[in-house]
Design a protein around this ligand. Structure first.
Ligand SMILES: Cc1cc2nc3c(=O)[nH]c(=O)nc-3n(C[C@H](O)[C@H](O)[C@H](O)COP(=O)(O)O)c2cc1C
Length: 429
C-alpha cells in the first residue's frame, strides 16, 4: 500500500473472524486489578469488538463489586502468620477462588449485549501459593461463568491447557496466549499441539505496552512491527491459520489499520481507555494518567514477579513500606510461600524510633494494586492529553469508551477525534 493510501486506511474496512464471531478488529486489553472493568469490556463488546475483564486479585474484586467476603475469610483463617515471615501455610481456598471467578464472569456475561465478545485476561505469574491448582480454579470458574474467551498472559502457559482439557468447554471457549516473540509462541504451540488444541488467536505484545513486559532491560531494542512480521512469517511457513493481534503502543486508528494491512487480524489497545468513564481507576488517578509527560515514564524492576513493569514515576507505590498483606491477598506467593517483596521487607531496617524505613527495590503489588497506587501505563500515556480537552480548573475531561473505540474504528490520517467539550455540569468529569 502506498503511503497516501495507508494514511487514509481505516480499521472499519477490516473484520476479525474468530469462530462464530465476526468482530470489529479492536480488542480492549485486560488491565488488572479491575482497571478494565466489566463496564469497559461490555462497552467494547456492545460496539462489536472484544473487551477483556481481568482476573487479577479476583477475590478482592468480587468482594468490592458483589458483596462477598472471601478476602476477610482468608485473612482470618491465616491470622496466626500475620506477624511473621513464614507464609508456607498461606493458601487460597480453591472453592472460594472458583466461586469468586464465577461471580465476576457471570455478573459480566449476564449484562452482555451486541455482537462482540468478552474475554478474560488470566496471568500465570499470579502463583497464589499453589500455581497449578489456583490457575485451574480460575480457568474453570471463567468457563463455568460463560466467558467467550480466555487470554493467557504473564507467562509461557506451558501447562495451562492441560489443566482444563477435561472441561466441557475446552474446545468451544476461545483461547489465546500473549507472547512477545516467535520463540515464546513456539513453546506454547508445542504444548498445545500435544492436546490437539491450537490457540484461536495469538496476541503479540511489544515493548511499549502497559503492565508487565515480556522483555528485559533491553526492551528498547525491540520493535512491535518486526516481531509481528516474524510471527506472521512463522505462521505462514507452518501453514497455521491463527489470527495475530498486535498490542503495545498502537495509539491511533491509522496505527491500528497499518497492522491490519500487514496481515494482523485485530489490534489490542489499552492505554487510551484509561481516561474513560468506564475504566476502573479512581477519577483522581485518571487525572494522573492524563497529565503524564514522557519524562515521567519508568520501566522498573519493582514488581516481585520478576518482570519489568512500566509505571509513572510519581506512582505512590514507590518508596512505601507497607507490611506484606499475604494473609488477605498473597496473589504472588510461590508454592513455597515466598515473594520478593516479603524478602525485601524483611531485609529493610527500622529507624531509631523502631519505624520501618522505606522498602527499596520491590513494592507490595497486591496492596498497591488494590489501592490503585501503581500507575502502570503504555509508553504513549503522555499523548493522552492530546486526546481530550483541558477544563478551566486544569482537569482533563474524561471520555466515553464508545468515543475512544469509535475513534480507533473510524479515524484516518493519524487524527484523533476530540470529544464534544463538556463544560455543562450534567457531564460526568
Ligand atoms: C493500566 C494497565 C494495566 C494493564 N494490566 C495488564 C494485566 O493485568 N495483564 C496483562 O496481560 N496486560 C495488562 N496490560 C497490558 C494491556 O492489556 C495491553 O496489551 C497493552 O497495554 C496495549 O498497549 P497500549 O496500552 O499501548 O495500547 C495493562 C495495560 C495498562 C495500560
Amino acid at each position: 500500500m502506498d503511503a497516501r493510501r495507508a494514511e487514509e486506511d481505516q480499521v472499519d474496512r477490516y473484520r476479525f473472524r474468530l469462530g462464530q464471531f465476526e468482530l470489529v478488529p479492536i480488542v480492549v486489553g485486560g488491565m488488572g486489578v479491575d482497571i478494565s472493568t466489566s463496564d469497559l469490556a461490555l462497552a467494547a463488546s456492545r460496539l462489536g469488538g472484544v473487551g477483556h475483564i481481568s482476573d487479577a486479585m479476583v477475590q478482592h474484586v468480587s468482594d468490592r463489586r458483589y458483596e462477598t467476603h472471601y478476602t476477610k475469610a482468608k485473612s482470618e483463617k491465616h491470622r496466626q502468620t500475620r506477624d511473621g515471615f513464614d507464609k508456607t501455610t498461606v493458601k487460597f481456598d480453591l472453592e472460594h477462588l472458583r466461586q469468586s471467578q464465577l461471580n465476576h464472569v457471570r455478573h459480566t456475561m449476564d449484562r452482555k449485549q451486541g455482537a462482540g465478545a468478552v474475554f478474560i485476561n488470566v496471568m500465570e505469574k499470579l502463583t497464589m501459593g499453589a500455581p497449578g491448582d489456583t490457575l485451574k480454579a480460575r480457568l474453570e470458574g471463567a468457563m463455568d461463568g460463560g466467558i467467550d474467551g480466555i487470554t493467557l498472559s504473564a507467562g509461557l502457559h506451558i501447562g495451562s491447557l492441560k489443566l482444563i482439557e477435561q472441561h466441557p468447554r475446552f474446545r468451544d471457549v476461545k483461547i489465546g496466549p500473549i507472547v512477545s516473540s516467535v520463540r515464546a509462541l513456539k513453546i506454547f504451540l508445542k504444548s498445545a499441539s500435544r492436546l490437539n488444541r491450537l490457540p484461536d488467536y495469538v496476541i503479540v505484545e511489544g515493548p511499549l505496552a502497559g503492565g508487565h513486559l515480556g522483555f528485559g532491560d533491553d526492551w528498547r531494542e525491540y520493535d512491535l512491527r518486526n516481531i509481528v512480521a516474524e510471527v506472521l512469517e512463522f505462521l505462514r511457513e507452518e501453514q497455521l491459520d491463527i489470527p495475530v493481534v498486535p498490542a503495545g503502543g498502537i495509539f491511533t486508528g491509522t496505527d491500528a489499520a497499518s497492522y491490519l494491512a500487514m496481515g494482523a487480524a485485530a489490534v489490542q489497545v489499552a492505554t487510551r481507555f484509561t481516561i474513560t468513564n468506564e475504566c476502573g481507576l479512581p477519577a483522581r488517578v485518571k487525572q494522573e494518567y492524563a497529565r503524564a509527560e514522557e519524562a515521567d515514564l519508568v520501566v522498573s524492576g519493582v514488581s516481585p514477579t520478576g518482570y519489568p513493569i512500566r509505571l509513572l514515576s510519581y506512582s505512590p507505590c514507590f518508596g512505601a513500606n507497607i507490611k506484606p498483606q499475604c494473609e488477605a491477598f498473597g496473589y504472588l506467593l510461590s508454592r513455597e510461600g515466598t515473594c520478593a517483596y516479603l524478602d525485601a521487607y524483611e531485609a529493610t531496617p527500622v529507624d531509631d524510633k523502631g519505624h520501618k524505613l522505606p522498602v527499596q527495590g520491590k513494592v507490595c503489588l497486591c496492596y498497591h494494586f488494590s489501592k490503585f497506587n501503581c500507575y502502570t501505563c503504555g509508553h504513549y500515556v503522555y499523548r493522552l492529553k492530546d486526546t481530550t480537552h483541558r477544563l478551566p480548573d486544569g482537569r482533563f475531561q474524561l471520555l466515553t469508551a464508545e468515543h475512544v473505540f469509535r475513534d480507533y474504528q473510524f479515524s484516518t490520517g493519524h487524527r484523533v477525534a476530540m470529544p464534544e467539550s463538556a463544560l455543562s455540569p450534567a457531564v460526568s468529569l
